[in-house]
Design a protein around this ligand. Structure first.
Ligand SMILES: Nc1ncnc2c1ncn2[C@@H]1O[C@H](COP(=O)(O)OP(=O)(O)O)[C@@H](O)[C@H]1O
Ligand SMILES: [Mg+2]
Length: 238
């Protein structure tokens, strides 16, 4: 795996949030490399910088310093417009808070990334229904998010991140609202996606029930990636 060049490479990333007088260091020299075909889990205590790091990789947050290369592009050097375009084509992001559009049905929410690429509404909805079906939501496709359970909304958010077949998929706690069986099903689907040529998945999680789906587990603490190991059940983080 390490002989290929990484799809994502973060080197010495620093980030401090400034709010008035208060300064909160979130990342203190974080390093992370990810390769095609792998599912990498990012674990660590609350507040250690996981969401900050994946937001920088996703081009939604500026680092103070360091280098972040995503699919061969220096994401920090891109303009806002270039980043939006890049995300639309190459990146699927599942937010911890889902960020579904409340006035749109599930199938309409999932269609958005395809519509942004100029695909016709009819073709987009057909594709969106297919992805919803793989996540067990075919019966909820025409429901509004407000009428769905947290677990169903989470799966809609995952469907939206997969529908345009991006090369990099980043999920922040994708199973936090799911019961055991739905969580296992979602992870099986995500792992299958990761195995598709050249794709890669970065999953932030606290959920030990899904560690077994990881190829590698990166542990963070205090703004740094402190270890990166191939998954093995004995060494699984608790
Ligand atoms: N928008 C923000 N403004 C100020 N501080 C923030 C902001 N986002 C995160 N932080 C702080 O940065 C640190 C890292 O946060 P975060 O990246 O969300 O960690 P994690 O996802 O591991 O819980 C925490 O101390 C958090 O309180
Ligand atoms: Mg977080």
């Amino acid at each position: 795996m390490s002989s290929a060049s990484p799809l994502v490479s973060c080197k010495a990333i620093y980030k401090t949030y400034n709010q008035g007088e208060a300064q909160t260091p979130a990342l203190r020299g974080a390093d992370l490399d990810m390769y095609g075909g792998e599912l990498l889990m990012l674990v660590g205590p609350s507040g250690c910088g996981k969401t900050s790091l994946i937001s920088i990789i996703g081009g939604m947050l500026d680092a103070d310093s360091g280098l972040c290369s995503v699919l061969g592009n220096d994401i920090q050097a891109m303009s806002a417009k270039e980043r939006a375009r890049f995300r639309g084509q190459h990146l699927g992001f599942v937010f911890q808070s889902f960020n579904l559009l409340p006035a749109l049905t599930a199938v309409e929410n999932v269609s958005v990334p395809l519509l942004l690429q100029g695909i016709s509404r009819k073709a987009a909805e057909t594709q969106a229904r297919k992805v919803l079906q793989t996540l067990g939501l075919e019966n909820r496709a025409d429901s509004l998010p407000g009428r769905m359970s947290g677990g169903q909304q989470q799966r809609v958010a995952i469907a939206r991140a997969l529908v345009h077949e991006p090369q990099l998929i980043i999920c922040d706690e994708p199973t936090s609202s799911l019961d055991h069986d739905s969580g296992q099903h979602v992870m099986k689907t995500l792992r299958q996606v990761a195995r598709t040529a050249g794709r890669t998945l970065l999953v932030v999680t606290h959920d030990p029930r899904i560690f077994c789906f990881a190829d590698r587990i990166a542990r963070m603490d205090d703004g740094c990636v402190i270890s990166l190991e191939t998954y093995s059940p004995e060494k699984s983080p608790s």
